[in-house]
Design a protein around this ligand. Structure first.
Ligand SMILES: Nc1ncnc2c1ncn2[C@@H]1O[C@H](COP(=O)(O)OP(=O)(O)OP(=O)(O)O)[C@@H](O)[C@H]1O
Length: 273
């Protein structure tokens, strides 16, 4: 059986496909290979600007006009690169759901969150009326939100950052995707809320048997979520393997730096003086 996500030789450059004046630029992402089997988990780590978010956007064909991708990205057997938007729309939310760092960017500030959650449930699952209302309530409960009537009637700015990220997760999962792409999902949250949201993602991925592509600059966070990692540095995969191996015997200079900063954070948490 083929993998759920199969990325091979993915290269991203600045400039539109035709007549790009700066086409000779160094690629932003350079020949990335990675695969995730159904139900598998992979971490993608790297410093700022290493190409993590570009990878997540490339998976669902959302790179935008200014960037050109080459190589191959197969998502559930569909070639994403070069595919027209109408061919990709059915994959978004249905095959792969995305959670970003900042939930406010994923949420409409002018719409009550219950209505925002109802929209993908209606679109993907065809629910209407009382069944749709029940599904909204169940989705809020599933992401461990209590006081669901108040939350559903709230606008995003009336909720805490953690509550907003739970809503964004519920929206990403509304179409029951096979793959969750979580791009720095807890970076904007404070530390205690971070741990709760990580535990939530871990539980949902496990319960639903989803695959997970977990993206972070924080090796400590990644190691709580996945067993295998790929380390990106300046658009290249410089190291890959089991988390334990990468943590204990980092080979690349960038990986060593990520390990050192994860240790420093651990020490600070253990000895908060
Ligand atoms: N639309 C774009 N046009 C031109 N360059 C871009 C575009 N989007 C991203 N880049 C560049 O591509 C590189 C990789 O960006 P990316 O957002 O993937 O980094 P990242 O690893 O996710 O970093 P961070 O952890 O800071 O979010 C950066 O140098 C960035 O400036």
């Amino acid at each position: 059986m083929s993998d759920l996500l199969d990325i091979s030789g993915l290269t991203i450059t600045r400039g539109a496909r035709r007549g790009a004046p700066d086409g000779a630029d160094r690629p932003l992402l350079d020949g990335l290979d990675l695969t995730i089997a159904a139900g598998g988990r992979l971490g993608l780590i790297g410093g700022s600007g290493s190409g993590k978010s570009l990878t997540s956007l490339a998976v669902i064909g959302l790179l935008g006009e200014q960037l050109t991708a080459s190589g191959s990205v197969e998502l559930a057997g569909t070639q994403v690169i070069g595919a027209p938007d109408r061919a990709l729309r059915p994959l978004r939310g249905r095959v792969a759901g995305l959670v970003f760092q900042e939930p406010l960017t994923a949420l409409d500030p002018l719409m009550r969150v219950g209505a925002q959650l109802a929209e993908p449930l209606r679109r993907h699952l065809g629910l209407r009326g009382a069944r749709l209302e029940e599904a909204v309530e169940a989705a809020l409960v599933e992401v461990s939100l209590t006081d669901t009537a108040r939350i559903a009637a709230s606008y995003p700015h009336e909720l805490s950052g953690g509550q907003r990220q739970r809503i964004a997760i519920a929206i990403a999962l509304a179409g029951r995707p096979q793959l969750l792409i979580a791009d720095e999902p807890t970076t904007a949250l404070d530390v205690t809320v971070q741990a709760e949201v990580l535990a939530l993602i871990d539980r949902l991925v496990r319960e639903r048997g989803m695959a997970l592509l977990f993206i972070s600059h924080d090796l400590a966070v990644v190691s709580a979520m996945v067993d295998e990692v790929v380390v990106l540095s300046e658009g290249r995969a410089v190291e890959r393997g089991p988390v334990a191996q990468v943590l204990t015997a980092p080979q690349h200079e960038d990986t060593r730096r990520l390990v050192a900063s994860a240790r420093a954070l651990d020490d600070a948490l253990e000895d908060p003086r």
